[in-house]
Design a protein around this ligand. Structure first.
Ligand code: NAD
Length: 428
């Protein structure tokens, strides 16, 4: 049986975890966070790590390593994505789970924070193998997830199809009870998903960007943007920003970098990526070998929608843009952030910029539990309302205290969690 599942931390996952923990410690001491809340929040409540065998198409078996980290459930059931990627590691998932707790608290959702994943590359497997891997993982986790306990969602390497398989597996295990559908969010609409969930994270990032531009008196018409990552979050952000009048001029993903000052059509690129699983091969004449040409290309906005720790002290100094929007989780290392602030760049932080996904996940969960189906206008209106309210609150704290938006967002989340802990007390 193939077995290559030792715990290996990549540099980027270690950086993400350390960055989240360092920021948490800084803000906890800045706001003088209650000592017990500080210690509870500093560690996840549960760290689940499992190994499970799956039969491959050729009849052989492979052992997979899966994770589910449940960071905190003070405000409601654990909530967070499932990432299927060879880069997945314990530290990465722990860092992302803590960010989910903070994001749900900032969005004032009745959810705690979690994250999970499997350490493997779904692109290297057939659809049948991916389905068996997902179902076997769901069975292994069955006593640790549930519509009122822990509700996974898509993340890197997973999409509505994977959520449909997870929901179907759980639904069958627990006797097809109606509420079983709410065990995961981000399902396809025909299987109980919400309209607007697939686009919510990317659109949400652009709603934050538009709010920032409005505050600065900048019209989006005629502006230019670059984007890293053209998957779920990146492609939807690009489509929405283009619709609002901005032009995509540079894009980078794991396959290639394209730079075209005359503009790159987001819709055509999205169709290409859907077929080819990457931007490579689209407008080949504008493909560049040196990724630094992407970082250094002058734009009004840069959207980071790939993965953690892609902006480091090595490339931060090259960036020439007014605003960076973190569609991805933890894309900027702490050292890079210092450089960006010194150079006068503004950053809309991940727990605010990419909260659109978990907001519409919450709408999906509510619809499933009430057997309701909302239309896209209702979903979009409610999404904007929740997101813009969180954005304005963070902006207010940032202005009042003279601090950057990331610190303001962390303060807002932690103060909310602290208030609830202090009112409820720690049982018994
Ligand atoms: P996805 O798998 O659909 O897309 C990931 C993109 O990143 C792809 O375009 C891929 O080419 C690119 N990429 C991967 N490795 C790269 C590298 N080394 N350099 C450059 N590009 C690289 O994933 P997604 O769902 O769009 O998620 C992207 C990010 O957004 C992740 O950080 C995820 O945690 C975060 N996020 C996603 C959601 C959601 O609803 N999907 C919600 C909140 C946050």
């Amino acid at each position: 049986m193939e077995n290559n599942q030792n715990e290996i931390e990549t540099e980027s996952s270690k950086k993400l975890y350390e960055g989240v923990c360092d920021r948490f410690e800084q803000i906890a001491s800045f706001v003088n966070l209650d000592a017990k809340v500080h210690s509870i929040m500093s560690q996840p409540k549960a760290e689940i790590m499992i190994h499970f065998p799956v039969k491959m198409d050729d009849g052989s078996y492979t052992l997979f390593k899966g994770y589910r980290i449940q960071h905190n459930n003070l405000l409601g059931p654990y909530k967070g994505g499932m990432r299927f990627s060879p880069e997945v590691s314990l530290d990465e998932i722990k860092g992302l789970a803590m960010l989910m707790t903070l994001k749900c608290a900032l969005a004032k959702l009745p959810f705690g924070g979690a994250k999970g994943g499997i350490k493997y590359n779904p692109d290297e497997h057939s659809a049948a193998e991916n389905q068996r891997i997902t179902r076997r993982f769901t069975i292994a986790l069955r006593n640790n997830i549930g519509p009122s306990y822990d509700i996974p969602a898509p993340d890197m390497g997973t999409n509505a199809q994977y959520m449909d398989w997870m929901m179907d597996t759980y639904h069958n295990l627990y006797g097809r009870k109606i509420e079983g559908k709410a065990v995961v969010t981000g399902k396809s609409v025909s299987c109980g998903g919400s309209v607007g969930r697939a686009s919510a994270t990317g659109f949400g990032a652009v709603y934050c960007l538009a709010e920032w531009a409005k505050g600065k008196g900048i019209s989006l018409e005629g502006t230019r943007f670059s984007i890293q990552g053209f998957g779920n979050v990146g492609s939807h952000a690009a489509l929405k920003l283009e619709e609002l009048g901005s032009t995509l001029v540079a894009v980078n993903d794991h396959t290639a970098t394209l730079v075209n000052p005359d503009g790159i059509s987001s819709a055509e690129l999205a169709a290409h990526v859907m077929k080819k699983r990457g931007v490579k091969g689209f407008q080949s004449s504008h493909e560049v070998d040196d990724v630094n040409q992407f970082w250094a290309h002058e734009t009004d906005f840069m959207i980071l929608a790939a993965m953690e720790s892609t902006v480091t002290s090595k490339n931060a100094g090259l960036i020439r843009t007014k605003l960076i929007v973190e569609g991805a989780n933890g894309p900027i290392t702490p050292e890079a952030e210092d450089i960006l602030h010194e150079n006068g760049h503004h950053i809309i932080p991940d727990i605010l910029a990419n909260m659109g996904g978990v907001i519409v996940s919450y709408f999906e969960w509510v619809q499933n539990r009430n057997s309701e189906y909302w239309n896209s206008e209702t979903v979009d209106e409610k999404l904007r309302e929740k997101l813009i309210s969180a954005y304005r609150q963070v902006e207010k704290v940032s202005a009042e205290q003279g601090i950057n938006m990331r610190n303001a967002a962390f303060i807002e989340s932690l103060k909310h969690l602290e208030e609830v802990y202090l009112k409820r007390g720690v049982w018994p």
